[in-house]
Design a binder for this molecule. Sequence first.
Ligand code: CA
Length: 226
Amino acid sequence: MRILVIEDEPKIAQAVKKGLELKGYAVDMVHDADSGYSYATDPDYDLIVLDRMLPGKMDGVELCTELRKNGVSTPIIMLTARGTIGDRVEGLNSGADDYLVKPFSFDELTARVRALLRRPPVTVGSTLKVDDLSLNPQTFEVKRDKTDIKLSKKEFSLLEYLMHHPGQVITKEMIANHIWDEEADILPNTIEVYIGYLRNKIDRPFPDKNPLIHTLRGFGYKLSSN
Ligand code: CA
């Protein structure tokens, strides 16, 4: 999952980026509303962390309003130093999905990031499920039937992304854009390599079960039971 952080205070921006990266997210950072707007219209972001007070033509509330007006539906968490009810209502009315008052604990931010990221797909509690494969974004537990599967952070992040789009064709470009940040050096075969790692953990050890990761030559990949 790839996250955009729009925050002008370098210390906070850097801390948020580092912290989210430690949780396995790919994170890009911009520091003003103008570049925030052009980045945020990129559909590759799965979530935006947006500071309310920003330099530039727009503040966070105006930026959020503008994005929603232009059809950008990416989930947005708004950060703010102000915490009055009026401010919160203004933020939410502008189209933000959630609101966090500074100073906030990092655990709270990640909990809210997770909550927003698990909104769209079919979930059982907080667990994503495709066939007999399950993934819990909170505990990082992955299971095929009842067997625990250990994944690296990148593998987990890739699988989580695939599980958010079951049965859909996912191109290498989509994977590159959602799992790696813009500064990452991705070699042409990097994604094949990671898909291979996942196969080795999710399909190969279960020869009696239907494979879940499918390659569609020339198109990309699909996660489904058939
Ligand atoms: Ca600010």
